[in-house]
Structures are given as structure tokens and as C-alpha cells.
Design a protein. Structure first.
Length: 90
């Protein structure tokens, strides 16, 4: 059984890439949980891969939205800032 889990993790690592972010981590956790829950490591790994990928995509979108919101606030601050006042020369 351990060999099957290792083989599944290795194959997910080899075929996984940026497009499959979170899949390997989810598969490892799901595989272990499935094994402990009743020797369903492969089903757990598959489910963990799906969940891990969805969480990674959600996290990536959330970070992008936060970054866009910060850029919006910074742009508004630049527009609303009063122009610098020149000090008269003595």
C-alpha cells in the first residue's frame, strides 16, 4: 500500500505543474487520510488533489484581488494628495 501511495505522489509530481498548484500537497494529505480511514488511499489522494487545487486557485485569486485593491488605494491617494508647496526663497 505504501508503494501505491508513493507511486501516486510521484506521478502527480511529475505531471503536475503550475496549472496544478496545490494538487500534490492535497493528494499527500488525502492519501494519508484515506489510508487511515479504511485503506482508500488512492481515492483520498484523488479527492485531496481536487480540494488542494481548488484551495490554491482560491488563494491565488484572493491575493490578486488584495493586490489590485492596494493599487487602487495608492492611485486614489496620489490623485487626492495636495500639490507640494514651494517655500519662498529668502
Amino acid at each position: 500500500m505504501k508503494a501505491k501511495i508513493a507511486a501516486a505522489c510521484l506521478s502527480l509530481t511529475l505531471i503536475g505543474g503550475v496549472a496544478h498548484a496545490g494538487c500534490v500537497t492535497g493528494a499527500i494529505v488525502g492519501g494519508v487520510a484515506g489510508h487511515v480511514a479504511g485503506h482508500h488511499a488512492l481515492a483520498g489522494a484523488a479527492a485531496g488533489c481536487l480540494v488542494g487545487h481548488e484551495l490554491a486557485v482560491h488563494k491565488k485569486k484572493q491575493k490578486a484581488a488584495e493586490k489590485a485593491a492596494k493599487a487602487e488605494v495608492a492611485a486614489q491617494a496620489r490623485v487626492q494628495a495636495p500639490p507640494p508647496q514651494a517655500h519662498p526663497a529668502h
